[in-house]
Design a protein around this ligand. Structure first.
Ligand code: GLA
Length: 350
């Protein structure tokens, strides 16, 4: 295994890890300050930070390339944008960034919709702050990481992924309010497990489609104002003049209501109710939000037929993964059935 010292000739002074995430329910609700229920994975990204003679250098063990980062330059459409962007935001927020060597090591599948970019942003910031000895809370780190994604990388994402990977706790779902950033950790009930299955189709380049969904919701909020969209009943969608925008709104408002119910179902161990709400969430994402694909739909159907309590696409959609809730006892036979039905699918290790 390559070490920081092998690459830079000097040991690392700080090592920080951020996991990937899967979202149980609450898709695109972060864009209206709603609620979400993501869970960290065990796999993730480790960033080590150490002193440099001059400049800022990042090395990725996967790419085996060392990149010089100049904070005065913009994005390069390259993995190192997810290192440079967070550093730029930290500097804007007042951090003094010394000459720095960073090494990035990942065991997360990239482009699978499990938030490898948020994990890289958050691990970079945590390694920087540990290295310079600046006390920064998990939520502050998440907000800086989101700013990097929004302003440096140009994806107008919400706060879910960065919060999930910054403050989430292993084997717990993070019940997060994306407006107040209040959260608590909800354990999975005994005997149940979460399966994250990739449909075999890489997530397509979605930045444009993602930003379009956000623009539709902003347009609806302006048309319906002054109350925030989140506080309005789902029927309000019928008053919207543009039918496409109306469907987008119907998804986020119905999803917000489902997420609140699903969080209570998880707390009380009612996995049949949680599963049913997950199934409804997938339908809403497929029909109203239009972010599913034929492969995701097939995999979700196979997961349900094989006995999952519920299954849905997870994350932004357009390829990538589904999440399913299954009993621990049935997990292996369930997966045999699903994989024989969908041979291109593969299981993401939790
Ligand atoms: C991406 C974004 C999140 C969220 C999800 C959809 O993962 O980064 O902010 O909007 O899509 O729920």
């Amino acid at each position: 295994m390559t070490s920081h010292e092998d690459v830079f000739g000097q040991e690392a002074a700080a090592t920080c890890f951020a996991p990937g995430r899967v979202n149980l329910i609450g898709e695109y609700t972060d864009l209206i300050g709603g609620n979400v229920l993501p869970m960290p994975l065990t796999k993730g990204i480790t960033v080590t930070a150490g002193p440099a003679a001059s400049g800022i250098h990042a090395f990725s063990t996967a790419e085996e390339t060392k990149i010089e980062i100049n904070l005065g330059e913009g994005k390069k459409d390259h993995w190192a944008d997810y290192v440079a962007g967070p550093l730029v935001m930290a500097e804007r927020a007042g951090a003094v960034i010394p000459p720095l060597n960073l090494m990035v090591e990942s065991d997360l599948p990239a482009g699978a919709g499990v938030s490898s970019s948020a994990a890289l942003e958050v691990a970079t910031l945590k390694a920087l702050f540990a290295f310079i000895g600046q006390d920064t809370s998990g939520a502050e780190v998440a907000l800086l990481a989101q700013k990097a994604e929004n302003e440096f990388c140009g994806v107008k994402c919400g706060i879910m992924d960065q919060m999930a990977v910054s403050v989430g706790k292993q084997k717990h779902a993070l019940a997060l309010n994306c407006e107040t950033l209040e959260w608590d950790q909800v354990a999975l009930p005994k005997g149940w497990t979460i399966a994250v299955i990739h449909c075999g189709e890489a997530r397509q380049l979605t930045d444009g489609a993602y930003n379009e969904r956000r623009a539709a919701l902003d347009k609806a909020a302006a048309e319906l104002g002054p109350d925030p969209l989140k506080s309005q009943p789902v029927e309000v969608a019928e008053q919207i003049s543009d039918p496409l925008v109306a469907r987008r709104v119907r998804h986020v408002l119905s999803e917000q209501a489902r997420t609140l119910r699903a969080t209570e179902a998880l707390r009380s161990g009612d996995m049949a109710l949680l599963g049913g709400l997950m199934n409804e969430s997938h339908e809403s994402l497929r029909v109203d939000f239009e972010v599913s694909t034929a492969s995701l739909d097939r995999l979700v159907a196979a997961a349900r037929d094989a006995g999952a309590a519920g299954a849905r696409l997870t994350g932004a959609g357009f390829g990538g993964c589904i999440v399913a809730v299954v009993t621990e006892n049935e997990r292996d036979t369930w997966w045999q059935k699903v994989s024989s039905e969908c041979p291109a699918a593969w299981a993401v290790e939790l």
